[in-house]
Design a protein around this ligand. Structure first.
Ligand code: FES
Ligand code: FES
Length: 168
C-alpha cells in the first residue's frame, strides 16, 4: 500500500509508531504543517485525510495507508493561492503564521461540513434547508484551532468571505 500525499504516493514508515505529523515534517520535509501541543489541543497540525480534517499529531501514519492526505502545500502555492489563503491575507487572518496552515486546512474541511448539512452546537434551526453561515457558526466550528496571536477576528472574516462567495 501507499499513502498519497498531495498527489504523490509515498511508502508508509516501517515503524508503526510514527505519527502522520512526523511523517509529513521529518520524513517528507513538508514543514507547512506545524507542531504545537502535540497532544490534540491546538489544531496547528491539522491536515486533510480523504477531505476530512484530522489532527496529524494524534494520527499514526499507518492509519492513513491507502488514503489521500492533503497538506497546506497541496492546497495552494505562492503563485496559485487557495481562496482561503488569499482571504487570510486580505483580512489579516494571521500574525506570526504558526497556526495558519492548520486554520486553513480546518476551514477547508469545515466549509464542506456545512455544505453537507452537518449541524454544529450553535446551529439554531436543525430543520432548515441548509445551514445559515454566520460568525457564530464559524467560531464554533473552528474552536479547535487556536491562534496564540489572537488573529481570530481576521480568521473569521476571511472564512466568512470565502463561505459567502461559495454559496453566492
Ligand atoms: S500539534 Fe496537533 S493538536 Fe496541537
Ligand atoms: S498567527 Fe500566530 S498563532 Fe495564529
Amino acid at each position: 500500500m501507499a499513502i498519497v500525499v498531495n498527489g504523490t504516493r509515498v511508502a508508509p514508515p516501517d515503524d508503526p509508531r510514527v505519527s502522520l505529523l512526523d511523517l509529513l515534517r521529518d520524513r517528507l520535509h513538508l514543514s507547512g504543517t506545524k507542531i504545537g501541543c502535540n497532544q490534540g489541543a491546538c489544531g496547528a497540525c491539522t491536515v486533510l485525510v480523504d477531505g476530512k480534517r484530522v489532527l496529524s499529531c494524534l494520527t499514526l501514519a499507518a492509519q492513513v495507508d491507502g488514503r489521500s492526505v492533503v497538506t497546506i502545500e497541496g492546497l495552494g502555492s505562492a503563485d496559485d493561492l487557495h481562496p482561503l489563503q488569499a482571504a487570510f491575507i486580505e483580512h489579516d487572518g494571521f500574525q506570526c503564521g504558526y497556526c495558519t496552515a492548520g486554520q486553513i486546512c480546518a476551514a477547508t474541511a469545515m466549509l464542506e461540513e456545512i455544505a453537507a448539512g452537518m449541524p454544529s452546537y450553535v446551529t439554531e434551526d436543525l430543520g432548515a434547508d441548509g445551514i445559515a453561515i454566520s460568525r457564530d457558526e464559524i467560531r464554533e466550528r473552528m474552536s479547535g484551532n487556536l491562534c496564540r496571536c489572537g488573529a481570530h477576528n481576521g480568521i473569521v472574516d476571511a472564512i466568512l468571505q470565502v463561505a459567502t462567495e461559495k454559496v453566492a
